[in-house]
Design a binder for this molecule. Structure first.
Ligand code: CAA
Length: 379
């Protein structure tokens, strides 16, 4: 076993780092404050291939492995987690789901523009009463022969307004429970689609999170992904990969905060010396670095399982729960190392601390990850 990255991995990591520093860092505080979606930056990320990283070049993607994806997600998230969540949803939830389970027609029509970054997508599972309990879908896709009639409301949708294409989970056969759910490809401009108000969030404030309503939306049958009733399994399988993306986002938030704390600790003086020379700070830095490294290894493990076509349900949930809890802890410590400066926006760490919190909530709360992990180890 060798933990060395290849030349190609290092190049991708550098490209993502350069992009983050040159394109995302300027204006990140202002976008956070004014909840401004990084539209121009996302367009450029798409042009560079970061929105369809693991998709085959045949469908407009970059054809890279999941390790490359972890590296890029970490670098982008160090600077702007609002941009990296767009990247994660588009790559892991939308593109992967379409490439793996879509028909050739669906891939040509939707995956090609999504993977090449011409448009972005959204993944719609959560509802007002179906967050962790994802089988309790109230959105209905009534089978009308050649089409489904879609009615319902989806909540907390990342890219809710900026996405042009949605993957929507909806119940067709309520008596069948999770086996009655379908995954449908819905276009934003289909009649009956309404975008609700933007959520005013604690963190990742630059990303656009909305509710989305469907009223008598006619979705052609050819827009169903997989067999009738495959929707819940589709969502679970897709989310397993999504959790690698969010684990890597959490890793990036933590390592971004750590780098800032390390730098600050070498500049700031107290009691006659740099604070990095005080053992109280050294122990914090040592613990931060150790937990971040453990997160990184768990992310790599999950990515390698995916690249080698092994089941990654367990490893992705382990990576996500550990990395997100690490991100929350490390960012809080990074604010502490900065003292009063950490509490003001100019020093970036307070934003990273706010951004860290969502990684313990979306794509399955920490409690959901523990359900997945315990089921796996008990089975
Ligand atoms: N892969 C394949 N199939 C799976 C699966 C997996 N990972 N997990 C479950 N299934 C299958 C089960 O085998 C079962 O099928 P059978 O009946 O044929 O055996 C079926 O799906 C139902 O499974 P469960 O009985 O285990 O379902 P459950 O109701 O107990 O729920 C859960 C399990 C793990 C809690 C699940 O509901 C879950 O993951 N909830 C969290 C949902 C989530 O992550 N939401 C995030 C929304 S997207 C988002 O956040 C994006 C964003 O904006 C950034």
């Amino acid at each position: 076993m060798d933990f060395q990255l290849t030349e190609e991995h290092l190049m991708i990591q550098k490209a993502a780092r350069d992009f983050a520093v040159n394109e995302l860092l300027p204006g990140v505080i202002e976008r956070d404050e004014h909840q401004k979606f990084p539209a121009e930056q996302i367009k450029k990320l798409g042009e560079l291939g970061f929105l369809g990283m693991m998709v085959s070049p045949k469908y407009g993607g970059a054809g890279l492995d999941a390790i490359s994806y972890v590296l890029a997600m970490e670098e982008i998230s160090k600077v702007d987690a609002s941009a990296s969540v767009v990247m994660s949803v588009n790559n892991s939830l939308v593109c992967w789901g379409l490439e793996t389970f879509g028909t050739e027609e669906q891939k040509q029509k939707y995956l090609v523009p999504l993977a090449s970054g011409q448009i972005i997508g959204a993944f719609m599972l959560s509802e007002p009463e179906a967050g962790s309990d994802a089988t309790s879908q109230r959105t209905i896709a009534e089978d009308k022969g050649d089409h489904y009639l879609l009615n319902g409301t989806k909540n907390w949708i990342t890219n809710g307004n900026s996405a042009s294409v949605y993957l929507v989970m909806a119940q067709t056969h309520p008596e069948k429970g999770s086996k009655g759910i379908n995954a449908l490809i819905v276009e934003k401009n289909m009649p009956g689609v309404t975008i609700g108000a933007k959520e005013n969030k604690l963190g990742i404030r630059g990303s656009d999170t909305h509710s989305v309503m469907f009223q008598d939306v006619k979705v052609p049958k050819e827009n169903r992904i997989g067999e009738d009733g495959f929707g819940f399994k589709f969502a679970m399988k897709t989310l397993a990969g999504g959790r690698i993306g969010i684990a890597s986002q959490a890793l990036g938030i933590a390592s971004g905060a750590f780098e800032l704390a390390l730098k600050y600790s070498k500049e700031r003086k107290a009691f006659g010396k740099e604070i990095s020379q005080h053992q109280a700070i050294q122990f914090k830095l040592a613990d931060m670095a150790t937990r971040i490294e453990a997160s990184r290894l768990l992310c790599f493990k999950a990515a390698l399982d995916k690249d080698h076509h092994r089941d990654y349900t367990l490893s992705s949930s382990m990576a996500k729960v550990f990395s997100s809890e690490t991100a929350m802890w490390v960012t809080t410590e990074a604010v502490q190392v900065h003292g009063g400066y950490g509490y003001v926006k100019e020093y970036h760490v307070e934003r990273l601390m706010r951004d860290a919190k969502i990684t313990q909530i979306y794509e399955g709360t920490s409690e959901v990850q523990r359900i997945v992990i315990s089921r796996s180890i008990l089975s």
